[in-house]
Design a protein around this ligand. Structure first.
Ligand SMILES: [Zn+2]
Ligand SMILES: [Zn+2]
Length: 230
């Protein structure tokens, strides 16, 4: 059986006989393609709160310093898997702008190669806006994470909100953007743990809006977040 790299279409020679026989951990992206993406774990210095790669040994990035002022006792612990480098940007563009749903499997493979965070009660992906859903015909974040986690659709976009997509805004405009989510479900217990799932952590604004929407329902338990890139 020939296995072909999802990105460059080159044949992957499977030399591990055990894996070949059991179909376990079948590689779906070749080593050359994987090497284009830089794992957060390979960086020496990262932000303690959001895992942004930092040039030197400081504990928090500028974004997180701002979040700490706004939410002194309720900052998000974000797990990031890859750095948001040129190759990652190209891949996400292919997925989101050109509506290429086949790229989804590449993200799934990249996540599996980095880390799977478990032990949460609810895995909540940030939903696409109605407009984006119509354009793409798929919810781009849920499509990826539904192949890894059982998702709970806790969040919805506030209807009738006429906002620009985060990607079209500059950094300052993103930080000031209005709440876009509403939380639909509110029967949580104190010990419930929620992991929010996003594709890219840019300023953290969207994830903090998601957290605020859940907190608004009176939830006092733990909310962490996971972004594929930072
Ligand atoms: Zn490849
Ligand atoms: Zn940070």
């Amino acid at each position: 059986m020939e296995i072909v790299c999802l990105l460059c279409q080159k044949s992957i020679i499977e030399i591990n006989l055990y894996r070949l026989l059991t179909h376990r951990n079948q590689e779906s992206i070749c080593e050359g393609c994987v090497d284009q993406f830089k794992r957060i774990n390979d960086y020496k210095f990262v932000c303690q709160m959001c895992q942004k790669p930092l040039g030197k040994n400081i504990d928090k990035c500028e974004d997180c310093q701002k979040w700490q002022n706004i939410y002194p006792n309720d900052c998000l612990k974000n797990y990031a898997l890859y750095s948001y480098n040129k190759e990652f940007k190209t891949l996400i563009k292919r997925y989101k702008r050109y509506h290429d749903a086949s790229v989804c499997e590449v993200f799934v493979a990249l996540i599996k190669k980095a880390a799977i965070y478990q032990g949460y009660d609810y895995y909540v992906s940030l939903p696409s806006s109605d407009q984006h859903f119509k354009e793409r015909q798929f919810d781009h974040i849920a499509l990826i994470f539904s192949k890894i986690y059982t998702l709970t659709p806790l969040l919805n976009h506030i209807q009738g909100n006429d906002y620009k997509s985060q990607g079209e805004k500059n950094r300052q405009a993103r930080l000031k953007s209005q709440q876009m989510f509403v939380c639909d479900y509110f029967e949580f217990s104190e010990t419930t743990k929620i992991l929010l799932l996003d594709d890219i952590y840019t300023t953290g604004r969207t994830l903090y809006h998601a957290k605020d929407a859940i907190r608004k329902k009176g939830f006092k338990g733990r909310i962490d977040s996971l972004s594929i890139a930072r």
